[in-house]
Unconditional design. Sequence first.
Length: 215
Amino acid sequence: MYNTIFFDLDGTLTDPAEGITGAVAHSLREMGLEPGDRKALVSFIGPPLFDSYAQTYGFNEEQTRQAVTYFRDYFQRQGIFENRVFDGIPELLENLHRSGKTIVLASSKPEVFCRQILEHFGLLRWFDFVAGATFDESRVEKADVLRYALDSLHLTPDHSMVMVGDRKHDADGARQVGLDCIGVLYGYGLEEELEQAGCAHIAPTVEALKQLLLS
C-alpha cells in the first residue's frame, strides 16, 4: 500500500493545454517563428521547457532562455489559469487526505506557479508539501524535484511511496530516486511510452487511479 504519494501537476491533476500551447505560440512569434497548429504544441506539456525548446526547434542556450522568458511572460499574465482540473481529482485528493496519506506535488513547473494553480482551483489544502522547479533552472528535472521533496520531508525512498504522472519523465525521475511510478493515460502520455519507461502500474482513468491508491 502506498502511503506517500507524489503527484505531477500538468496532465495528471489538471489539463493545462490551452495555457501552455498559448504561451508556446506567443514565444515562437516573439522569436520570429510561425507556431503553426496548436495541437502540435501539446508536446510541451510535461517535459522541462528548456529541453522542449532545444529539442523541438534546435535553439541554442541563449535562444532557449529568451524563448522561456517569452513563455513565462505570457503564462504569468494569462496562461496560468487557462487550465482545468480533471474530473474526479478533487474527490481523489480529499479521499487520500482522509485516509491519512501524505500528499506531495512534484512538478517541473516553477514552484510559485504550482502554488498559484493549486490555490486557484482549491486543491492546495490537500497537499502536505509542494515541490516545483526554480526559475534559474537549477532544479527542474523530475528526479531533482523529487529529491528536494524527499529531503524537505526527511523521507527515505521505499515501497510505501509512489510517483503519479502522465509522461516518461515522471517514471524516469521516480526510478532515479528509487520510487515506483503509476502512469496515467487520461493526460498526455501514451501507454507504450509509460510501459517502456518502467511504470509499475498504468491507470487509464482517475477512477482506476483511485482504486490503485486506496485499495
